[in-house]
Design a protein around this ligand. Structure first.
Ligand SMILES: [Zn+2]
Length: 136
């Protein structure tokens, strides 16, 4: 089931540089099988929470179901929440940065510990790197 239009998917792919936001791997194959649009606040909250449909809430993620990063979020939910990839309903996807994964050195299918960098996602469909604040 999908609620996002093809043109929105194109926008998201462009914004996320056709890479999985979580692991940095290039996106290939078919949407819904090899990759999909991920909802940081779950899609089932959409009727109660208008932020669910904000572009800031939507990320390009590899895998579906138990595969790829999609499956990784279910196996390691605390890590996914710490990285801002999965949010509580009370959080605002525009103000919680995403710890974006950097492409691993090779195309292994196993999960690789990543260097992550914080990016902020906007409702308008942009993302900007969060600068480290001095004195922290
Ligand atoms: Zn991934």
């Amino acid at each position: 089931m999908t609620n996002v239009t093809a043109s929105l998917v194109d926008q998201l792919l462009r914004r996320d540089c056709r890479r999985c936001v979580s692991c940095g791997r290039a996106i290939t194959g078919a949407r819904g099988t090899d990759w999909d649009v991920h909802y940081r606040i779950p899609r089932k909250r959409a009727s109660q929470n208008p932020l669910v449909r904000s572009m800031a809430n939507l990320l390009i993620i590899c895998g579906t179901g138990e595969r790829g990063c999609c499956g990784e979020f279910q196996r390691n939910p605390r890590v996914a929440r710490w990285r801002g990839l999965v949010l509580w309903d009370s959080q605002n996807p525009e103000t919680v940065p995403v710890q974006v994964g950097v492409e691993p050195p090779d195309d292994t299918s196993s999960y690789v510990p990543l260097v992550v960098r914080p990016w902020r996602y906007s409702e308008a469909g942009f993302r900007t790197q969060v600068r480290e604040e001095a004195g922290r």
